[in-house]
Design a protein around this ligand. Structure first.
Ligand code: FAS
Ligand code: PHB
Length: 388
């Protein structure tokens, strides 16, 4: 059995694990990243598209923002469409901030390149990762790679392995409090190499259901429609999706063949605390938000901000205060993003009969939003990202 040692063992090479690895490297803290999938799989997942300024700042801090600065699209606002009209929420006017449209796929590719460039260990196809001794002073991981069993001894473990990972499951269940809400619909997403319908994102609340017009570049569009959770993709040829998008968004659009099509469920989930002994959870391993508020990737980044700062303090001055405060500090921001994502999802999606009280409450929420600068400011400050 091969045995190696590091200071922080990171499980998962998604945005949380990769960004944590870079932040630790810049802080002079050694880490090893273990990823279950191969590099091609990780680099080709189509997920988030909008970065908060805090996320952009962290990528700049670790020197992984060259392509982001070249190709990222800075957006000053979004449009909310309902009852046949579009209403702009101007972030720059309301809160003096912006967001950057740059796909999670690209963030992941940039972070992998950076990790390999600094020569720090990033192990793909690490199978059967198991965490041992997390509640003691000397935890270790075991995993299989190339048919050999390996041991990774460490001071701390960062569980960045997403909702289905091993980290949260390692924490004794009686020590966890979980909060869970599943939504009665999913998002059917389509990616196509066609110019976007508009220069900014359009969120549409329509009697046929929610729709979102987003993008990855001036030549690549990303769209979503609210759909049944159990949608069969074969029932959704491209032409049907394009027609539904035009009806719900109320805009003309360039159509073309999809290069990716998928249905994602929507969920609000939080697992507390985000720490057990020397195991710390970050990102989707600890929480999930419906994608409506574009918070998933950005919450992974803010967890990494708190956790990397805590490890830096621990190794530079031996001070454990920020490690001990990590879970409560991260969760304070997580819950505010959970609220915003739930609120925006509740306002924009079709849940109820159009003549129901709940549907009229949704309409009143939308009417209040477009009629109140205070309401638009509240949406703007949450969408661009609350302070860390
Ligand atoms: P990730 O899930 O990205 O990464 C976890 C990594 O750990 C993966 O690479 C996985 O292979 C690895 N792993 C898992 N178990 C392991 C084990 N036992 N051993 C080793 N490695 C293991 N967010 C948005 O903001 N906007 C969106 O539009 C959006 N769309 C989404 C669509 C889908 C289908 C999904 C699933 C999520 C979407 N999200 C979206 C949320 C998404 O972007 C996450 O918030 C983000 O990927 C979180 O990053 P991580 O916490 O790093 O988790
Ligand atoms: C995306 O471009 O994938 C995207 C943008 C905004 C969201 C969700 C997804 O709220």
């Amino acid at each position: 059995m091969a045995e190696i040692r590091t200071q922080v063992a990171i499980i998962g090479a998604g945005p949380a694990g990769l960004l944590l690895g870079q932040m630790l490297h810049v802080a002079g803290v050694d880490s090893v990243i273990l990823e279950r999938q191969d590099r091609t799989y990780v680099e080709n997942r189509i997920r988030a598209g909008v970065l908060e300024q805090g996320t952009v700042d962290m990528l700049h801090e670790v020197g992984v923002d060259a392509r982001l600065k070249r190709e990222g699209l800075v957006h000053d606002g979004v449009e909310i469409a309902f009852l046949g009209k579009r209403h702009r929420v101007d972030f720059r006017d309301l809160v003096g901030k912006t967001v950057t449209v740059y796909g999670q796929t690209e963030v992941t590719r940039d972070l992998i390149e950076a990790r390999l460039a600094v020569g720090r260990p990033l192990v793909f196809e690490a199978a059967d990762v198991a965490i041992h001794g997390a509640d003691g002073d000397a935890p270790w991981l075991t995993y299989r790679k190339d048919d050999a069993l390996h041991t990774l001894r460490c001071d701390y473990v960062a569980g960045c392995d997403g909702y289905h990972g091993v980290s949260r499951q390692t924490i004794p269940r009686h020590l966890l409090r979980t909060y869970d809400r599943t939504y009665p619909f999913g998002w059917l997403g389509i990616l196509a190499d066609v110019p976007p319908a508009s220069h900014e994102l359009i969120y549409a609340a329509h009697e046929r259901g929610f729709a979102l017009a987003s993008m990855r570049s001036p030549r690549r569009s990303r769209y979503y429609i609210q759909s049944r959770i159990d949608e069969r993709l074969e029932e959704w040829p491209d032409e049907r999706i394009w027609e539904e998008l035009k009806l719900r968004l109320g805009v003309s659009m360039t159509t073309g063949p999809s290069i990716e099509k998928s249905v994602a469920p929507l969920r609000s989930f939080v697992s507390e605390p985000m720490r057990w002994g020397r195991l710390f959870l970050a990102g989707d391993a600890a929480h999930i938000v419906p994608p409506t508020g574009a918070k998933g990737l950005n919450l992974a980044a803010s967890d990494v901000y708190y956790l990397s700062r805590a490890f830096r303090s621990r190794y530079r001055s031996g001070d454990d205060y920020l490690l001990d405060a990590y879970s409560s500090m991260a969760l304070a921001r997580v819950w505010k993003a959970e609220r915003f994502s739930w609120w925006l999802t509740s306002m924009l999606h079709k849940f109820h009969d159009p003549d129901s009280f709940e549907a009229r409450m949704q309409l009143a929420e939308l009417e209040y939003l477009i009629g109140s600068r205070a309401a638009r400011t509240a949406l703007a400050e949450n969408y661009v990202g609350l302070p860390y």
